[in-house]
Design a protein around this ligand. Structure first.
Ligand code: CDP
Length: 226
């Protein structure tokens, strides 16, 4: 299989990450979760009591920010580290989901994270998911996907994921968070979430997990055969 870049963008909680992870595994590609980087940044700002909306705080916050990914040998899953500390579980909590989209509106924060994402993907053979991957991070990606699903389905899936990690949140609370992040992410000035013209849309509302993975693998085969 040729090493290509697969960019997956879409709304909050529509299954981008889990799908991207499985596609990467099947292809022997590297998976990069750009959302985890924004989440780790939001956690860092919270931990340090810094406001993403104050220029001097942002400068200070970015100076002391180091994000990396490491493979957990037991689960074979990639985990997120913030300044050397494993924050994989903490960044997925509602506390961070409620803060992350504000952090992601800030231009200098995006510039710093995009530079790291581009560096991580420079050798190709990557699947990266986020909001601006096909538009800003890898505009030359060989395959661009835009994933959607109706908000009820997304909220149910997210509630299930949170419960599996021991966090209880009501469907209503989760739905409001997904809708509010979609709104902020789609309307911000810096790299808003949008479907670029060369992206293929996949609505996962009525697809099973393996169906959505297979659809993407078929698209990859088409792209790499051309
Ligand atoms: O997994 P989920 O769909 O809930 O979100 P995520 O991919 O972890 O992203 C969390 C938040 O980070 C998004 O709601 C965006 O505000 C921001 N984000 C972004 O602005 N650009 C990206 N490339 C990835 C995430």
């Amino acid at each position: 299989m040729n090493k290509i870049v697969i960019a997956i963008d879409g709304y909050s909680g529509c299954g981008k990450s889990s799908t991207a992870k499985e596609v990467a595994k099947k292809l022997g590609f590297t998976y990069i979760d750009s959302g985890a980087m924004y989440r780790a940044t939001a956690l860092h700002f919270l931990n340090e009591n810094l406001s993403p909306l104050r220029a001097e705080d942002v400068e200070k916050g970015l100076k002391g920010l180091q994000i990396s990914f490491q493979l957990n040998p037991t689960t074979s899953q990639q985990e997120t580290y913030l300044n050397g500390v494993n924050v994989e579980n903490e960044i997925r909590t509602m506390r961070i989901s409620e803060r992350v989209s504000e952090v992601a509106t800030v231009k200098v924060i995006r510039t710093a994270l995009v530079a790291q994402q581009q560096q991580l993907g420079q050798k190709k053979g990557v699947v990266m998911d986020g909001r601006d991957i096909g538009s800003v991070v890898f505009p030359q990606a060989e395959l661009k996907l835009f994933m959607t699903a109706d908000v009820e389905t997304r909220a149910q899936r997210r509630q299930f994921e949170l419960l599996a990690k021991g966090e209880q949140a009501s469907l209503e609370e989760i739905k409001l968070n997904l809708e509010s992040r979609d709104e902020v992410d789609s309307n911000r000035t810096e790299s808003p979430l949008l479907k670029v013209s060369d992206a293929i849309e996949i609505d996962t509302s009525s697809l099973t997990f393996s169906e959505q993975v297979e659809q993407i693998i078929d698209l990859v085969k088409k792209v790499t055969l051309n």
